[in-house]
Design a binder for this molecule. Structure first.
Ligand SMILES: [Fe+2]
Ligand SMILES: [Fe+2]
Length: 401
């Protein structure tokens, strides 16, 4: 996974806690962690050495799902839509392991990190932390899916395991980046301490597909921009994005194949509503997050809003090949709505930074949260674009269990 799979909760449960709170732990010592869920060392999380992780709606999340239902979905005896030769071919692709030798560091990293100072240094650290958490979130989910599906569908299970290999590599590489700043994310501690968001398998498919594809578009866009404007290449990690994002693209394609094998998740009116909901959640989350961190994007020579709109439009076009409905993000009204959400969100954040007592803050937030919800709802209700894979034209929808 590459993008932050942080999704807004269903609107009915919308909470007014929208302040930015990265998982920063200044002063944390550098230490290595194993990329295995069983050998994560809790002992590294000494009290006093760490700042508590503050969860907000915009923090990258960890996910869990109904693994029994997953097993049913991938049982080839039950689901005749599972195209085994397609998954075999995908497995071969993952086994090829194109990026096996790609993530090798050099001395440029530390030298570049030492040159970064002031607010840009801080914002770089935050970028590395958030990206590492998001990648690690993918690692945990895929590793567990690989483990749980082994008996039911060994091919799909092995692909999940190989994807978890990729995500571990990505998270590890980002964590090594943090070591250039004398920091490290305690992934073992994160694994145990963070809350896991439960999503039914169908929602895992939508959310993860989008997360992979949006991650691909973010990485490739940054890579291409810095290739054209090398004067902004202030830290070498971006040079790795070209091959790195191909991993994310492959992960997304695998989810695309998984969804095609579950046509009941793509071919009815509910699927259309959920598709739009997940597109909106992912786009809004990214837009609000990035607009709180314009210093980072400006620091590498990007205009944050232009960058985000480019990523949203491209992700939406890619997603339209598989989702039965997507948002009309190319309608200028969509961007206007996003910009209004940013304005409201900034006001909500500003309230959090005042000296008022909690009760007063909450009271002041109420109208703003209501305005934000109504803006999100209005964006959701904009006329959508009917989309979906042409493969489905001759697909007789059939319930498989
Ligand atoms: Fe990744
Ligand atoms: Fe990925």
């Amino acid at each position: 996974m590459a993008a932050e799979m942080a999704l807004l909760k269903p609107i009915s449960k919308f909470s007014p806690k929208l302040s930015p709170s990265p998982i920063t732990r200044p002063g944390a010592k550098s230490f290595r962690v194993s990329m295995s869920t069983t050998s994560m060392p809790p002992k590294t999380s000494k009290k006093g050495n760490k700042k508590e992780i503050q969860e907000t709606l915009l923090t990258p999340r960890f996910y869990t799902t109904d693994f029994d239902e997953m097993e049913q979905l991938f049982n080839t005896q039950i689901n005749k839509n599972l195209n085994e030769s397609e998954f075999e071919a995908l497995l071969q692709e993952f086994k090829t392991d194109y990026n096996q030798t790609h993530f090798v560091r050099n001395s440029e990293f530390k030298e570049a990190a030492d040159k970064l100072d002031g607010p840009l240094r801080q914002i770089f650290v935050e970028f590395l932390e958030r990206s590492c958490t998001a990648e690690f979130s993918g690692f945990l989910l895929y590793k567990e899916l690989g483990r749980r599906l082994k008996k039911t569908n060994p091919v799909v299970a092995e692909i999940f395991s190989l994807m978890s290999r990729d995500e571990a590599r990505h998270a590890g590489f980002l964590n090594k980046g943090l070591s250039d700043f004398n920091l490290a994310l305690d992934l073992g501690f994160l694994t145990k301490a963070r809350k896991y968001t439960f999503f039914k398998p169908k929602f895992i498919f939508y959310a993860t597909y989008l997360s992979e594809k949006i991650g691909y578009w973010r990485y490739i866009t940054i890579y291409r921009h810095l290739k054209e404007n090398p004067e902004y290449q202030c830290y070498p990690i971006f040079k790795y994005f070209e091959n790195w994002c191909q991993d994310e693209n492959r992960h997304g394609d695998f989810f695309s194949a998984l969804m095609k094998a579950q046509p009941q998740f793509l071919n009815d009116w509910k699927a259309k509503l959920w598709s739009r909901f997940f597109c909106l959640s992912v786009y809004v989350t990214m837009y609000l997050n990035d607009c709180q961190r314009t210093a980072f994007y400006e620091g590498i020579g990007l205009n944050t809003k232009e960058f985000d709109m480019h990523v949203i439009i491209e992700t939406n076009r890619t997603t339209a090949r598989i989702f039965p409905a997507v948002l009309d993000v190319e309608n200028p009204e969509f961007k206007r709505k996003l910009d209004r959400m940013v304005e409201i969100n900034q006001k909500i954040i500003a309230i959090g930074e005042t000296d008022d007592i909690g009760f007063v803050k909450n009271l002041k937030r109420i109208p703003l949260v209501a305005a934000l919800v109504s803006e999100i709802l209005a964006a959701y209700l904009m006329p959508p674009i009917e989309s979906g894979s042409v493969d489905f034209a001759e697909f007789e929808p059939q319930l498989v269990y």
